[in-house]
Design a protein. Sequence first.
Length: 411
Amino acid sequence: MPYVDLRHSEVQLYWTSNIPGDDLNCLHTHPKPLIILLHPVLLSSEWRKHQLEDPNLNRAFYMIAIDGPTSGRSKCKNYLAHEHALKHDTWAEAAMLALFSQSLSLPPFHILAEQVVACDVANKFAILFPQQCLSLTLLAVFPPVDDPGFHQSYQEASLTWAGAQDLETLEEAQSGFAWLYFFTDREYNSLDEDEMDRFMEYFRTRHGPGDPSNGLLSAGITAGCRQPPSPEQLALIRQPILLMQGANSLISMMSAAEEQAALYASAKVQLEPIPGAPLIFGVTKRWAPTVNQNIASFITSQVFDPANFCSIDEAALRNALKQIAESEYQPSIAKRDPMSMWNYSRVAAGTAEHIRARLIPALTLEGKPPMIPPGHCIRKYSERHDEKWSTPHILGPCPLYSTVSMTTSHA
């Protein structure tokens, strides 16, 4: 995968695309509308394959999917040592997207974002860099920020995962995340067995317990710092918006989607309920075709101007900092280095202290992830009730599994 080195932010952002050979010259020589794909928190760009591999979207659009700063293959150096964690909010990630765009000299693009954090980033990017954003496709609405059930469930799953000492504890925590993401009710999971196994394997191999730089920690921080844009800020967004909402989401009801649509006072909003869908649905085999059809119809209905090839420059970055400075009534913010994503953060001092004192220690427990090197799970989640699951003989015994009862099958 190619990557962009945001040196001033100490971040390497990996990305993938449907562009032949990832050759960005195609954007000039064979112009088509460009869509930037943002993945749900805790997942990565590989979960956007249902869009990247869709033949209809491939014919009509170029698509680039980015791994977030602590997701997938991306790397954020010194995330804790340099206290980037204390500045990690969705304003910083909106600036990250702008710096990514500037590094690759991308033309104005459409954004597809799924899950609340990614949609928050998309909204704030449209506010700070309106000239670079052509439209927003949002696969989530703001949940009630005071919903104690959701936050408690997320925190319990995070803490259980961070301190897991055996396979059963890991699977219990993973089930909590899967329930929040993919269940349409307390009984029905919208993932099929293969997708569920893939989700569980992804978690174990990409978000190992005890890893202080893992995505689980940053996800908890970003979610804790997330503040939806105010009605006044949302009124600044003038780009067309397609708002899709899972009609069976356990967290945000359709009434919340209708209320959010009304907040975009200056934009034309198209609201599309997805019947039967849960909180996260665009990454699933069942719902992706419906999502992709809506995306294609929405974007092709807009005028495409291949001559509009202006890219984000330093003046646009400084203007974004100035906008934040005015909103925060802190003129000094406008004088910060515009090339560092962390300088766009709006994390309050009290929130930063909470992160330092409570969240970071809680989510950097010394868990021991039961994995087989080099990162393959010891068993599929669908096999968890089979007491005779096994490891390949060639790997031999592994001390990490001392708390798990295992037998070796020779079948």
